[in-house]
Design a protein. Structure first.
Length: 155
């Protein structure tokens, strides 16, 4: 029986988690090589210490749990709809990075194109991989990352 969320995990390396992380980090290579003239993300810091804990802690914990936990059962990954949602979020993230690198940075693009899709991407990847712990951590990441960038770029 396939489960959509699994909290019965074991410590093991997840190559699927590594691929998911690598795909999300890919735009940063282009950012380092061709930084835009208008680059408000450079030096961006969380708005408050609490948001820093939620954002950094949630993000690091999400990735660590995706890389180091796998379900105890040998079930195949969960419903492919979760993977489709993750793929759509990743595609929107890549398109937003294209606009950002082309110098079209705005608060709305940063929040809704570069901020919100990342934790939601990890949430759906976690559901697909049946990793309930990573899915839970990604929600803390979503709150901290989004709230911080709303404060930094929309107020």
């Amino acid at each position: 029986m396939m489960r959509h969320v699994n909290f019965f995990m074991k410590f093991a390396f997840s190559w699927r988690g590594l691929v998911a992380f690598g795909l999300q980090e890919l735009p940063y290579l282009f950012w380092m090589i061709w930084p835009p003239a208008n680059d408000p993300l450079r030096g961006n810091e969380p708005a408050t210490p609490l948001l820093k804990i939620l954002e950094a802690g949630g993000g690091i914990l999400t990735v660590a749990l995706l890389l180091l936990l796998v379900p105890k059962t040998k079930d195949k990954p969960s419903n492919p709809v979760f993977l489709w949602f993750a793929g759509l979020l990743l595609l929107s993230y890549y398109v937003s990075w294209g606009f950002y690198l082309a110098g079209k940075a705005s608060g709305l693009l940063i929040v809704f194109g570069l901020t919100v899709p990342v934790p939601l991407y990890y949430f759906f990847v976690s559901l697909y991989l049946q990793n309930g712990w990573a899915a839970s951590a990604s929600l803390f990441f979503l709150i901290g990352h989004t709230w911080s960038n709303v404060v930094n770029f929309l107020y």
